[in-house]
Design a protein around this ligand. Structure first.
Ligand SMILES: NC(=O)c1ccc[n+]([C@@H]2O[C@H](COP(=O)([O-])OP(=O)(O)OC[C@H]3O[C@@H](n4cnc5c(N)ncnc54)[C@H](O)[C@@H]3O)[C@@H](O)[C@H]2O)c1
Length: 398
């Protein structure tokens, strides 16, 4: 075995300490954490203690850790509005990058990071870890076998997402600040967007979105608590469609894929929303009848997510080692972010928009803060002040 990759962990919040660090520490042949960085003292201390690092390798300034000569890979786990400058600095320092999703809170910031990584020739792998959940691996296998024929529609219901706070000591409610998060529940769970696109098997080009804040102002914010997106993909002379339905609350969860020859349904316990609800099974129905797919059921969230994270991080680490392509590149993640942002633009405008420019050039540049400046219909939730109405500043709050 070659030397382990020397990792600098940037941002020591919940995902870093609950998921990334345990994966790194469990596989010392693959990873060696040589530096941690976080401006929040309590989080920095917790990370340093977990790794048992020399205090001099615990940095309050992330740029110092990023530029350390002994670092091969930078792992960025900050909130998404705090990433752009770190990503660009890492690329310019010639470091490979693991980055949490979403790549940024504003598409232009994500694009700047992608271009910096491409110019430097470093790997930028984004943690689209839900690709590695066993039900989606099984679903892709079934679709690839041709059993369902050509895929025409996909529906991903995540209508019962848990609204969990961020780490104490920093800003537990940053996900409810549109300038920080770049959106609400759909932005936080854009996993469903890349999953739906992969199951459909063709890139999304247009979206018709609906979004609203069911509890406007309850958290003093105005990010959406409910988002429904109908994504369109052109395949030759026909268009296929994926629906992504997302909410914080108590609605149902599950996935349906319809092809010309059959259907596939992913069921979760009590029809609840994954990953909090364990998988109940996958059924495949064609003219031959219905059968169940061979997939592990009933696995609870910690074990299931930790297994998927182990695979997702190893996939990026292997891309670094071999010069290969990770499952989700920076450019893939930029597209997923553009799909998500375009959903908000469509919801604000009340019509179908193109994903290419996130629905409007100003939104590409400044994110949801630009929506209130568009020419909006009277029924627009943004015009009504229910959604993204009080974004304090354009863009990313760097
Ligand atoms: N892939 C997944 O399944 C998954 C799950 C949870 C979170 N996430 C993503 O991980 C990111 C972090 O989420 P979280 O729940 O861990 O947040 P959190 O609030 O728990 O932690 C954020 C941490 O970032 C630190 N931070 C803020 N600005 C920083 C900067 N400039 N440099 C270094 N550190 C900085 C904070 O001090 C805090 O410790 C988000 O983008 C989120 O979407 C992904």
């Amino acid at each position: 075995m070659t030397q382990p990759l020397r990792v600098a962990l940037i941002g020591c919040g919940n995902i870093a300490l609950n998921m990334h660090l345990p994966v790194f520490l469990a596989d010392p042949e693959r990873y060696q954490v040589v530096a941690v960085a976080d401006p929040t003292a309590s989080r920095l201390r917790a990370a340093r203690e977990m790794v048992t690092l020399d205090p001099v390798r615990a940095y309050t300034d992330p740029l110092e850790a990023i530029r350390s000569p002994d670092v091969d890979v930078v792992d960025i786990c900050t909130p998404q509005n705090r990433r752009r400058d770190l990503l660009v600095a890492a690329a310019e320092a010639g470091k490979h990058i693991i980055c949490e999703k979403p790549l940024a809170s504003v598409p232009a910031d994500a694009e700047a990071a992608v271009k910096a990584a491409e110019a430097a020739g470093v790997v930028l792998g984004v943690v689209h870890n839900y690709l590695f959940l066993p039900e989606f691996i099984a679903a892709r296998r079934i679709i690839a076998s041709g059993e369902l024929g050509a895929i025409r529609t996909v529906t991903v219901n995540y209508l019962g997402v848990l609204d969990l706070p961020g780490a104490g000591g920093y800003r537990p409610l940053w996900r409810h600040d549109p300038a920080a998060a770049g959106g609400g529940v759909l932005m936080d769970m854009l996993h469903a967007v890349y999953l739906a696109e992969q199951l459909l098997g063709a890139p999304f080009v247009r979206v018709s979105g609906f979004a609203d804040a069911d509890l406007p102002g309850a958290w003093g914010d105005g990010v959406e608590t409910l988002a429904l997106a109908r994504f369109e993909a052109d395949q030759g002379d026909r268009t296929s469609v994926a629906m992504v339905n997302m909410a914080w609350g108590h609605g149902p969860g599950g996935v349906q894929v319809t092809g010309t020859e059959g259907r596939l349904v992913i069921h979760y316990v009590d029809d609840s929303t994954p990953p909090w609800a364990p998988l109940a099974g996958i059924t495949v129905t064609t003219v031959e009848g219905t059968h169940s797919a061979d997939v592990p059921v009933g696995v609870e969230l910690p074990a299931k997510m930790s297994a998927a994270m182990t695979l997702a991080l190893a996939d990026i680490a292997d891309a670094v080692r071999t010069g290969g392509r990770p499952a989700a590149t920076g450019r893939d993640a930029l597209h997923t972010l553009a799909c998500t942002m375009a959903t908000y633009t469509s919801a604000a405008l009340g019509r179908t928009v193109s994903i290419e420019d996130a629905g409007a050039p100003g939104v590409w540049t400044a994110g949801v803060s630009a929506l209130a400046g568009l020419e909006l219909p009277e029924f627009s939730p943004v015009a009504r002040g229910r959604l993204f109405a009080r974004v304090p500043q354009a863009g990313n709050g760097r």
